[in-house]
Design a protein around this ligand. Structure first.
Ligand code: ACO
Length: 321
């Protein structure tokens, strides 16, 4: 028994900010950003919220899957930028779409969040604890960027992607690999607000994303090919059997290095970071939705997916579409 993705959806904020737009407000250039990252533009939220974009992506995924909100009995949102500490983004989505029968919760695995949600939902489906799961990766990263730090703020964007999952007789999720390395957490971090109780009385400071870009690059180009290779082998396949690699969209150089290490042509690694930037947990489901809506994904095709990022965390899956 497998777990199948039966529908996808996504939502990006209305406002597009190009590299040239950023160059008007900080000391950067289209040349610097696009040659080092492949990013040309990103969508940034003005009125949009993490839960609002999640609900919009969820509605599209449910329509694509042919299910109603009443059918959904599990909602998991991977996010590090929920609108509230409580209620969770997943509970807000539940209320917005009217999924009264669902249990809903968020998980924090940064850029691997959607992939972690996929594996958790797979476990719920396979044990019979739920029948139709809605999983979402959603971020409003622009609110946790230090807009005075040009080395990080130009890399990220906002948006949400969703998928509806059900148990299937054949195909679906063939293998999964998941890992964490908390000892390297400081490589990519964002502090929460500092304590301000009557005993401590420290000034309340807000955390912003801090990244050691070169360490992240080293981590990604080593761990992702290893994790993908393990997963593909566990699925009983070879790298050449995989039609597409739908990978977290951090940086074009990471995608090129992974393609080289796996010895596959770059055409098999679709790209959305050129127009979306890096949207952490939302990157993989938005890419998958774009591939689905372009008609790239045909029944029986093999798709390898991988998320990697803060924690550090990583997760890969091989699916038969
Ligand atoms: N515009 C112009 N100049 C800049 C900018 C900018 N936006 N940002 C930094 N610079 C300057 C720096 O000040 C520095 O100048 P200096 O040499 O005079 O001091 C110079 O460019 C080089 O800075 P580095 O930070 O060393 O830049 P690097 O060449 O390492 O490139 C990058 C940075 C693209 C992030 C690179 O480290 C990388 O590819 N990292 C991969 C990881 C990644 O993409 N992470 C994103 C998110 S993490 C994730 O999703 C898992």
């Amino acid at each position: 028994m497998g777990t199948k993705i039966i529908g996808t959806g996504s939502c990006l904020p209305e406002t597009i900010v190009t590299n040239d737009d950023l160059a008007k407000i900080m000391d950067t250039s289209d040349e610097w950003i696009s040659t080092r990252t492949g990013i040309k533009e990103r969508h940034l939220a003005k009125d949009e919220t993490t839960a609002g974009m999640s609900a919009a992506a969820a509605r599209k995924a449910m329509e694509n899957a042919g299910v109603t909100a009443q059918d959904i009995d599990l909602i998991i949102v991977g996010t590090v930028t929920a609108d509230h500490i409580t209620p969770s983004c997943a509970c807000e989505v539940q209320a917005a779409i009217g999924a009264d029968n669902a249990v809903a919760f968020d998980i924090n695995a940064a850029c691997s969040g959607f992939m972690f949600a996929l594996n958790i939902a797979h476990a719920y489906l396979q044990t019979g604890a739920c029948k139709t799961a809605l999983i979402i990766g959603a971020e409003t990263l622009s609110k946790i960027m230090d807009w005075d730090d040009r080395s990080t703020c130009v890399l990220f964007g906002d948006g949400a992607g969703a998928a509806v999952l059900q148990k299937s007789d054949r195909g679906g999720l063939l293998a999964f690999d998941q890992g964490s390395d908390g000892a390297k957490g400081s490589v990519l971090s964002c502090a929460d607000r500092t304590n301000n109780n009557p005993l401590v009385k420290t000034p309340r400071e807000l955390g912003y994303v801090h990244m050691d870009g070169q360490e992240v690059y080293r981590f990604a180009v080593t761990t992702v090919p290893q994790s993908l290779t393990r997963t593909i082998e566990a699925a009983g396949l070879s790298v050449q059997d995989i039609d597409y690699f739908a990978l977290h969209q951090a940086n074009i150089r990471i995608l090129q290095a992974v393609a080289k290490r796996l010895k596959v042509s770059e055409e098999r690694l679709p790209v959305s970071l050129d127009h979306c930037g890096n949207i952490s947990a939302a990157s993989v489901p938005i890419l998958l939705d774009e591939m689905n809506r372009k008609g790239l994904l045909k029944p029986g095709m093999k798709v390898a997916m991988s998320g990697f990022g803060g924690g550090l965390t990583w997760a890969s899956a091989v699916l038969e579409w």
